[in-house]
Design a protein around this ligand. Structure first.
Ligand code: NAG
Length: 257
């Protein structure tokens, strides 16, 4: 009798371990494709939610997006860098492939910019809505007669000001100028509070990387990422690269529709 009471639990334990090992095996088989497993992760950060390809960052690994399209998340706010300028992401809309962004440096202070004009990497983004250029100029010679009448003092001791004008023509008597897109509604640039508000309102860009290809991939049951040194859009399915997905060839007669 005593031997039974010892053996039964032992057999049960053995039995459980075997099942456990089988389960581990099945699990690792299904998840052997890292691209599929990882690129299913979407990025959510504050108001920006469920962002996938072509972006990566946070819980979404680098191979799941374009190398230049990293979304970073700090204190529930997401940021993206485009051509050396960091932008705060105000809104993101994966359905329309748009981001509403504003320069982080100018949100903080009109006087201390990263002295780089806003330019989009046109391989990645296009302007979605009309905008106009505003030029802010720094290090201007105070004696010059060609300076615009209104300015914000930046360093009164040094007599340094920032001057604003509509358009993207730099002032000759200034050391640097920064061009920023602003809404068409900005007309009164003599009021620097309005100028700052217009910059802070941001502008809308649409991402154009792999958009059609990725939708095709998702319709075929895969998730999008990039692959190889050319960073071409790749489609990962559960068991490896998606068999029906070919980025360069247009599908005929709506196979994936
Ligand atoms: C804004 O300025 C850039 C050059 O800095 C120019 O390429 C672009 O066409 C301008 N956009 C508008 C709407 O004027």
């Amino acid at each position: 009798m005593a031997s039974h009471s010892v053996h039964l639990p032992l057999i049960t334990t053995l039995h459980h371990s075997v099942i456990f090992l089988i389960l581990i095996n099945i699990h690792s088989c299904l998840c052997s494709n890292d691209g599929y497993r990882n690129c299913g992760n979407l990025i959510s950060c504050g108001k920006t939610t469920n962002i996938g390809f072509p972006f990566w960052g946070k819980n979404r690994p680098k191979e799941c997006g374009h190398p230049l399209m990293q979304l970073t998340c700090e204190k529930e706010t997401s940021y993206i860098t485009i051509k050396d300028v960091q932008y705060q992401v105000l809104e993101a809309n994966p359905e329309s492939h748009t981001l509403k962004i504003t320069r982080k440096d100018y949100l903080e202070d009109l006087c201390k910019p990263n002295h780089v004009s806003t330019t989009l990497d046109t391989q990645l983004y296009v302007y979605e809505t009309p905008y106009k250029n505003l030029t802010l100029s720094y290090g201007c010679s105070p004696l010059s007669k060609s300076l615009p009448p209104t300015f914000v003092p930046c360093n009164e001791a040094l007599g340094e000001n920032v001057y604003a004008q509509i358009g993207s023509v730099p002032l000759m008597s200034c050391k640097t100028s920064v061009v920023v897109p602003v809404p068409l509604s900005l007309v009164e640039i003599d009021d620097f509070i309005k100028v700052h508000e217009a910059i802070a309102e941001g502008f809308v860009v649409r991402w154009v990387v792999g958009v059609g290809e990725c939708e095709k991939c998702e319709r075929s049951g895969g998730v999008c990422g990039v692959e190889g040194s050319s960073q071409q859009t790749a489609c990962f399915c559960r068991d490896g690269p998606c068999p029906g997905f070919s980025p360069d060839i247009k599908t005929s007669s709506g196979t994936y529709v």
